[in-house]
Design a protein. Structure first.
Length: 240
């Protein structure tokens, strides 16, 4: 059966339902942050800013499935370009976003070629996006869809200055435990009253963030590689 997540839906979507499983980190019971942990969390947005552009993998629930986006995010310019896939060969393609909204490349982006071929890597997806004409992109503002929330989240993880460690220590954030990703240990932290969890290493670098939208709906952003040489192209924004 054809996925309900169509090109038209991606351009004009207003909502989405579905779920991603959430796995609790292993470790002790939640506790207040130590002084060192508050300092590490304060440095995390600065590290993300300095390490940008970086590759990210985004997962957001769809009706009956999951949207996966692999992209390069430039936190200095608040722009990102990459590739999305819903598990349906007919429902995937190039995607760009910034602080105001997102853009999707038409399946026949050059007006004559067939549907865009799936790139072998994130860097190839960005190069494909750079070759498209500005008119190949369809733009819309953000809506309440889980994918929209996830894309906006990727642009909120960095800052040119460190956060205030004293404010963080008083904010109600908690240490939830530890977890391992690709064999490496991370501390898992909550964000006070916000439904966010952060996976942060011993140096204060972010590896993963999850946000609980409601009930069982969860989005996830993985920062899969620090600083890449692939630049975010101007094409998606060239048409104004």
């Amino acid at each position: 059966m054809r996925s309900p997540w169509t090109w038209t839906a991606l351009v004009a979507v207003t909502g989405v339902c579905g779920a991603l499983p959430f796995l609790l980190a292993e470790g002790d019971d939640p506790r207040p942050l130590s002084v060192d942990e508050a300092r590490r969390m304060a440095l995390t947005p600065l590290h993300a800013y300095r390490d940008s552009p970086a590759e990210v993998t985004v997962r957001a629930p769809l009706p009956g499935g999951t949207a996966v986006v692999r992209a390069v995010v430039d936190e200095h310019r608040h722009r990102a370009v990459g590739w999305f896939d819903t598990g349906d060969a007919a429902e995937r393609g190039l995607l760009a976003w910034d602080g105001a909204g997102l853009e999707v490349a038409r399946p026949k982006a050059d007006g004559s070629a067939g549907p865009l071929a799936r790139p072998a890597s994130t860097a190839e997806a960005v190069r494909d996006a750079a070759r498209l004409r500005p008119t190949a992109w369809i733009r819309r503002g953000y809506g309440p869809a889980s994918l929209d929330t996830a894309l906006r989240l990727t642009l909120s993880l960095a800052a040119a200055r460190p956060d205030d460690a004293h404010r963080i220590a008083r904010s109600g954030r908690r240490h939830l435990g530890t977890d391992r990703i690709d064999g490496r240990r991370y501390d898992v932290f909550s964000a006070g009253d916000a439904p966010l969890r952060y996976w942060i290493d011993g140096a204060g670098r972010l590896r993963r963030v999850r946000e609980d939208l409601d009930d069982d709906r969860t989005i996830e952003v993985d920062v899969t590689r620090a600083r890449v040489r692939t630049a975010v192209p101007e094409g998606p924004w060239a048409s104004g």
